[in-house]
Design a protein around this ligand. Structure first.
Ligand code: HMG
Ligand code: MG
Length: 297
């Protein structure tokens, strides 16, 4: 295995978008700044989606304006359409992510559009982003199962990933939105997508709903993926996917990677402290096993 794995920290977005309590803007800003100080090169910051759909992130402008950016750190934000792109750029975002799913039923609930409609919405976003020199990631949700449709054919996952890549998304993140995948299926899915999109343009995004995320990540690392999404303190989920609570915890991923001799650039002790702090701010338990173990020491 090569020595470096890039962990994309999604806690401030995927984590906080699903918190029942509203989190003050100042806490969000402090979280993002603390995460950047942990050594990440990418800290997903927020979403410029409809505040009616995701009220938890309605303060996206204030978050972006309040943030003290650390040189060299990337702060991508989610945008669902051109309106979101314009808002994101006005707030100073220089990197974005668009998102769709391999399942029609999920897309309808999540973004009120079919897969084709969602991609049609992304076309002007990608054109503008390209003209502006803005890097774009593409998320594909429900790659290992859908809460509404059940099984998702691999051919659908490959087709959507390849379309986003062809549209100009430089990185494609493959999301097991409801955490139902197991290692053999995760590996087969990654292999199938890697036939159509180069492995070095792929990332994996596992939710830990069924406790399979670390095993799935390991299987995908063995197959060559080198970008892994994770959320500090295991926060989050997707509000349109029942049971999707709990992204894989960043502390647990980084502990595993470092234990395997892989480098991430992230200071695990600082990350654990950030996870403990966040759990206290949210008034909930720490969803990271490593955080629990170290916190109790
Ligand atoms: P819609 O209601 O179909 O949109 O929502 P519309 O175009 O008909 O607009 C309706 C209203 O929304 C209008 O306002 C628009 O101005 C407004 P009104 O005239 O009624 O006052 N609007 C917006 N406002 C602010 N920013 C915008 C925006 N766009 C429209 N960008 C829409 C369609 C896509 C906007 C909506 O469904 C939406 O925002 N969905 C967001 C869903 C979301 O954020 N889900 C979570 C992220 S995905 C995820 O977590 C999965 C991932 O982690 C990977 C994985 O785990 O699998 C990435
Ligand atoms: Mg997610």
């Amino acid at each position: 295995m090569s020595e470096q794995v890039r962990v994309v920290e999604v806690g401030a977005r995927d984590g906080l978008q699903n918190e029942p309590a509203s989190v003050p803007t100042a806490i969000k800003i402090e979280l993002i700044e603390r995460l950047a100080d942990c050594g990440y090169d990418t800290v997903e910051a927020t979403s410029f989606v409809s505040p009616k759909w995701i009220p938890q992130l309605a303060d996206a402008e204030a978050v972006m304006h309040g943030l003290q950016r650390k040189p060299g750190v990337r702060y991508p934000v989610l945008v669902p359409n051109l309106q979101g792109y314009v808002r994101a750029r006005a707030a100073g975002a220089s990197e974005i992510a668009v998102f769709t799913a391999a399942s029609e039923a999920f897309n309808r609930k999540n973004i009120n559009a079919s897969i084709d409609e969602s991609i049609a919405r992304f076309e002007p976003v990608l054109t503008q982003a390209h003209a502006d020199g803005v890097r774009v990631r593409g998320y594909v949700s429900t790659v290992l199962g859908c809460p509404y449709q059940g099984a998702v054919p691999l051919t659908d996952v490959v087709r959507v990933a390849a379309r986003l890549h062809a549209l100009g998304c430089g990185e494609i993140s493959l999301g097991d939105t409801i955490g139902v995948g197991t290692p053999g299926k995760a590996r087969a899915m990654l292999r199938a997508v890697a036939e159509a999109v180069p492995m070095d343009a792929l990332a994996v995004h596992f939710h830990d709903t069924y406790g399979q995320a670390l095993a799935n990540i390991l299987a995908c690392l063995e197959d060559g993926v080198r970008v892994v999404d994770a959320a500090v303190a295991g926060t989050g989920g997707c509000p349109y996917a029942r049971g999707a609570s709990g992204n894989v915890a960043s502390e647990d991923v980084i502990y595993m990677l470092h234990g395997m001799g892989l480098q991430t650039g992230v200071d695990l002790d600082a990350l654990i402290a950030t996870g403990q702090w966040l759990a206290t701010q949210l008034g909930r338990g720490n969803g990271s096993r490593v955080g629990q173990a170290r916190g109790a020491a």
